[in-house]
Design a protein around this ligand. Sequence first.
Ligand SMILES: C=C1C[C@]23C[C@H]1CC[C@H]2[C@@]12CCC[C@@](C)(C(=O)O1)[C@H]2[C@@H]3C(=O)O
Ligand SMILES: O=C(O)CCC(=O)C(=O)O
Ligand SMILES: [Fe+2]
Length: 349
Amino acid sequence: MSSVTQLFKNNPVNRDRIIPLDFTNTKTLPDSHVWSKPEPETTSGPIPVISLSNPEEHGLLRQACEEWGVFHITDHGVSHSLLHNVDCQMKRLFSLPMHRKILAVRSPDESTGYGVVRISMFYDKLMWSEGFSVMGSSLRRHATLLWPDDHAEFCNVMEEYQKAMDDLSHRLISMLMGSLGLTHEDLGWLVPDKTGSGTDSIQSFLQLNSYPVCPDPHLAMGLAPHTDSSLLTILYQGNIPGLEIESPQEEGSRWIGVEPIEGSLVVIMGDLSHIISNGQFRSTMHRAVVNKTHHRVSAAYFAGPPKNLQIGPLTSDKNHPPIYRRLIWEEYLAAKATHFNKALTLFRC
Ligand SMILES: C=C1C[C@]23C[C@H]1CC[C@H]2[C@@]12CCC[C@@](C)(C(=O)O1)[C@H]2[C@@H]3C(=O)O
Ligand SMILES: O=C(O)CCC(=O)C(=O)O
Ligand SMILES: [Fe+2]
């Protein structure tokens, strides 16, 4: 059983926090979905853009991780047509009527299927979004419920996308760890075995997000502020803006919009990279906002370490002893499920 499956089994979500509102039939924002957001206006900022085809730019990775914890990647090798297909299939899924989507709803102790994101349980107010989570063989089971005779294309596209993300996340993790001065040997666990299913390969989770058009976007919240519990997350956000990060310079007071760049993907450093880098890489707080005119979709691929692999700060620097203790992913996910945004501090030495 994967670490994510285990997380949902051990920490089930309350039933009333799984099925979203039927947004298409909601013309005014209900009180349940009104958030007060006293923060100042969002600004745009110089989020780094890194080309993966240019080895000279790899040096910029470390700086991007230390200063921002979020960056765009271009020349990532994932084809334009695959991204386009993923976009189309997400819109096809989320445009289904509610009574269809409900057929593929997640159970309280299940990680996959249709529903509201997990972190909803930490907030009183509800979010203006819906999601579909994909992992392993449950994809076909849920897709068959959605489209009894017509699910092959959806499954094929999502499977191809997961494979592309598996490859890309391996490359990125190797590059990032390389930038911390780690040798190939230290990275041994990142090399997937020949079947690609060995216990020594990374675990992943694909989350499709949908943010329907909203009658009052300034009072609503698409996805509440959080950090990702992954090593890193690769985000496809199409061409509709909505992702915002907390300003590294003015934490707690300013949000910076991550404007889409045609054909690029966004990489978000997760809490585990923050731990492995002994606090050097930021796992930046981020959120998604909604708008009045465009249905926005995004696909977030979360990469985590192999099951039962102990990770911890990889430092031999005597001047900077480890500030976090060692842990396995399951332990971290469990802490996050109970303590949410305070989880990281629980692992400090
Ligand atoms: C692999 C992951 C990443 C998880 C936990 C676990 C399974 C569910 C993932 C998400 C997906 C949606 C956003 C998020 C914030 C949420 O609510 O559920 C993510 C969360 C995290 O990054 O903590
Ligand atoms: O939709 C977005 O832009 C953000 C998604 C995200 O942060 C997540 O799924 O963890
Ligand atoms: Fe996220």
